[in-house]
Design a protein around this ligand. Structure first.
Ligand code: SER
Length: 322
């Protein structure tokens, strides 16, 4: 990877990935792009930024001609809960946007990273230890677009030799940039609320188990996959990936070890609960571990401690600068 373009660079994963790539490959080698301007000055000032709408192929061509990237991390996407309220937009962005990026990657001979999701699974998929290769009949528009994305990335690889690689992400937990419109977002909000108000009202049921991963592991996974020897990648589009799985009750017990007064209560959102119920309780990521050496570093305990420390520091910094 010599020159890298990131779409959706202002989003939850894109912003942290852009910093990590700039640190590793050089600030001027990573072009951050989004349809939103970064409000974070560090992101804006640490390297090139381009306004880029993935729904506009001419726009993509212009940016590619200027910057001559050899690798694209395509993170611009609509998440699951928003996708249910705006299915048309989810299809446009997640499928047509990806198609335009695939075409640009084909024409400009770029490698492509595509983030898939546990959302590709549905009620007919085995729920426990969900295998790499299994039934993929999702109920959500988000899931439909991600299955489509996996298939079309595979097609471009087979048909045109495009080096497309993907991961089925679980819920991603981070403190820098908020997620938006996902079903797993509770697992981020709960930390901020625990520190600010010592209480959290959760929209998922207390025993709803989902796979999760801390952002530093997710960033490392993307970079390691894109650097992996292609000869080893049998399931390139896309790998099951996980670090830990927990329920709202379990994560709240973990938070209580640090903040004993913390209380969780429940007010179930039927829409997001139905989505979560259709996803696996736990997934099997042994293919990623075998084929390119995936190994997570953060489990529930180390992640909880780090999240609480980092959010406290962030709030203290913000208070000081006021
Ligand atoms: N975190 C995503 C969501 O909840 C799943 O990939 O939509």
């Amino acid at each position: 990877m010599k020159k890298i373009l990131v779409t959706g660079a202002v989003g939850q994963i894109g912003s942290e990935l852009t910093f990590a790539l700039r640190k590793k490959y050089g600030e001027d080698k990573v072009i951050a792009t989004d349809i939103r301007m970064p409000s974070d000055r560090d992101l804006r000032d640490s390297g090139p930024f381009e306004f880029l709408d993935c729904l506009d192929p001419h726009h993509i061509t212009r940016v590619m001609q200027i910057h001559k990237a050899d690798t694209i991390f395509h993170l611009a996407a609509v998440l699951s809960a928003i996708g249910e309220t705006k299915p048309n937009q989810a299809w446009q962005v997640n499928v047509n946007g990806l198609y335009n990026i695939l075409e640009a990657a084909r024409q400009y001979h770029c490698s492509l990273f595509f983030p898939s999701s546990i959302g590709v699974f549905g009620n007919s998929t085995p729920k426990q230890n969900t295998p790499q290769e299994t039934i993929q009949r999702p109920l959500t528009m988000y899931g439909v677009t991600k299955v489509t994305g996996e298939l079309i990335c595979n097609y471009y690889h087979k048909k045109f030799g495009l080096d497309s690689r993907g991961l089925r992400f679980p819920g991603i937990i981070s403190y820098e940039t908020e997620p938006g419109g996902g079903t797993t977002d509770y697992a981020v909000d709960i930390f901020f609320e625990a520190i600010k108000h010592k209480s959290y009202t959760c929209y998922l049921e207390k025993n709803c188990s989902l796979d999760m991963m801390y952002m530093p592991d997710a960033i490392r996974a993307m970079i390691e996959l894109m650097e992996a020897d292609p000869d080893n990648l049998k399931h390139r589009n896309a790998y099951n990936l996980t670090a830990t799985n927990f329920t709202p009750a379990k994560i709240s017990e973990e938070i209580k070890k640090h903040i004993p007064e913390f209380e969780i209560s429940y007010q179930i959102d039927p829409a997001r609960q139905a989505i979560a119920d259709s996803w696996p309780d736990s997934i099997d990521d042994s293919c990623a571990r075998k084929e390119w050496g995936w190994n997570h570093k953060y489990g529930i305990e180390s992640m909880t401690k780090d999240m609480l420390d980092k959010i406290s520091e962030k709030i203290a910094r913000a208070d000081k600068s006021q």
